[in-house]
Design a protein around this ligand. Structure first.
Ligand SMILES: Nc1ncnc2c1ncn2[C@@H]1O[C@H](COP(=O)(O)OP(=O)(O)OP(=O)(O)O)[C@@H](O)[C@H]1O
Ligand SMILES: [Mg+2]
Length: 241
């Protein structure tokens, strides 16, 4: 197993508001790294730093041996980093199929190779094939989440960043999304997956990282992290004597 990405002592801020604070970890190729942590811990900010929406003011991000810290989001996408958004952002007036085709055309940097066949395969994988002709704006939340994943997959990522794809769904829908992530994992793609359902995360990930106030609280074997004193305290609080 080799390291696909190294996050090395990064600090990131929105203007003067500092969020990520001396954060370091490695991501192993083919693994699923789960990221948990309370609201506002900096999970989405971490994704923004990895995908290039926010450039860290200190530290480095190395992807497949290349320093990508200062690259634009589109350059990183072409290097193989795809992401979904916590709040789905499809092109509402385009069809589901067109949304996926656009990802393939502009995300890979090879528009001439964006094919209807590939897009249809991704729709099949994500359970959207029957909805290909529907306007993206008319989809239910579950299908919007599926479309987020489909659009990211269309860019042919080696590293897929999933930001709360199960949030807001019913238990049955969460299971469907979990199954899709399991399937993707089987394809060998590397995944960083943010979610709040800690127990499910512990069961479905290879490594778990818990963030608190923009820094690494615990990292390691998912079950160890889930049962750690630090995670218990940050989620449940400490009894005041
Ligand atoms: N665009 C922004 N401009 C300024 N501050 C922001 C911005 N986005 C997030 N923040 C702030 O940065 C901190 C971390 O936010 P972030 O969205 O990364 O947290 P999170 O761990 O993803 O939380 P959640 O679980 O609620 O999604 C929060 O205090 C948030 O208010
Ligand atoms: Mg978030």
């Amino acid at each position: 197993m080799s390291t696909i990405m190294t996050v090395d002592k990064i600090f990131a801020a929105y203007g003067k508001f500092k969020v990520l604070n001396d954060l370091s970890f490695d991501v192993e190729e083919g693994q699923v790294l789960g990221v948990i942590g309370p609201n506002g811990a900096g999970k989405t900010t971490l994704m923004n730093a990895i995908c290039g929406l926010l450039i860290p003011y200190k530290g480095r991000i190395v992807f497949e041996g290349k320093d990508i810290t200062k690259l634009s989001p589109d350059a990183r996408c072409r290097y193989g980093i795809g992401r979904t958004y916590q709040i789905p952002k499809p092109f509402e007036r385009l069809t589901v199929f067109e949304n996926v085709l656009l990802g393939a055309a502009y995300g890979t940097g090879r528009p001439e190779r964006a094919s209807a066949k590939d897009a249809a395969e991704i729709l099949q994988t994500t359970g959207l094939l029957a909805l290909g002709d529907r306007l993206a704006g008319s989809l239910t939340l579950l299908n919007r989440k599926r479309l987020e994943i489909a659009r990211a997959l269309a860019t042919q990522p080696k590293l897929l960043l999933l930001d709360e794809v199960a949030a807001g769904l019913t238990d049955a829908e969460v299971r469907e999304v979990m199954e899709l992530v399991e399937y993707l994992k089987g394809t060998g793609i590397t995944i960083i997956w943010i979610e709040h359902v800690i127990k499910t995360m512990a069961e479905s990930t290879d490594k778990l990282l818990c963030l608190a106030i923009g820094t690494k609280l615990v990292y390691g074997d998912p079950m160890d992290v889930m049962h750690s004193k630090e995670v218990e305290e940050v989620y449940l609080g400490v009894d005041e004597e």
